[in-house]
Design a binder for this molecule. Sequence first.
Ligand code: SAM
Ligand code: SF4
Ligand code: SF4
Length: 316
Amino acid sequence: MEIMGRGFRQIVQETPNYFHIFIKYAGYKLLDKRSPIYGSADIINVCNLHCTHCYWWLNRKENEELTVEQWKQVIDEKFKKQHVFIITLVGGEPTLRPDVIELFVKEFPKRVSVVTNGTYPLKKYKDLYFYWVSVDGTEEVHDTIRGKGAYASTRKNIIDYVENNGEKALKDIWISMTINSQNYKTIKDVIDEWYGHVNKIGFQFHTPFAKGDPLWLPFGPERTKVVDDIIALKDQYDDDYIINPKSQLELMKKNWGGKGTTPIDCPTWAILSVDHMGREKKPCCIGSAEKNSMAPICEDCGLGCYSVLLAHGMKS
Ligand SMILES: C[S@@+](CC[C@H](N)C(=O)[O-])C[C@H]1O[C@@H](n2cnc3c(N)ncnc32)[C@H](O)[C@@H]1O
Ligand code: SF4
Ligand code: SF4
């Protein structure tokens, strides 16, 4: 038995955590009390790529970042204090801070996922939940977005990781594709070329920070067809290879998040997001802790992590 990559024994061991989730969920449903269930941390403010679609570069300023000891403080004062269950490490490129990944994995065994561009060799952490490796199309399109040679490095590092760490290591690799106006025609090819090499694949849509962003795939018949095609493909592959639930994909056809840059239905409270200095980001994980920063456009949002929660009944 396996649920979202978690085996039976692990689920039993995690019973106390599920108790906290149950209390949080009941508190939300019965008393309208909001307490974060998930967390995200930008553990580094540096990246080796400069992708055309990337929100992180839009608000990036200084190089400063925290030491392992300072991250331990953030973990205790924010994530542990609020009994956050799963933490996603982001950046910049988080694999450039193995010391911080090591710390998070030690503090939250099997509850940490790392979002990575996969261009550096992927280190095996015994108690990592999994790597979310970003793939933004077939080789040519991916490299147009992420830079020449990026696809080949990522592909090699994934294949090497599985070869070097045994067949079970395939379970550690999930692909994340952010669909935009440049890559949407490659979705089926991406699904096929990674099938059998990775555990799961998840889709989200590009979220713009300005109206008229040419990478945003507008709502309308073309986008609706993209979503319907993914829904139809879900049944053609085993073991929930395509991880998005149908209810979430349906939300992606139209505005589900908010109005202008203000979240309305989006359950921003459910994910506690901190930036590279450990400061809370608003309104969500792609926002910023600083005033006067560029804000994402909620009414055109395509983010997976919040829409999946809304699809499961959690609202603002
Ligand atoms: C900012 S990156 C950080 C982690 C790592 N560097 C990577 O590329 O996976 C986190 C994820 O956000 C996605 N992303 C970047 N800009 C986005 C945007 N405007 N809308 C939606 N997703 C975006 C990336 O494709 C990536 O999967
Ligand atoms: S690798 Fe990740 S953080 Fe770096 S520019 Fe690309 S999307 Fe942004
Ligand atoms: S995830 Fe962020 S950008 Fe999207 S609707 Fe929610 S607050 Fe707005």
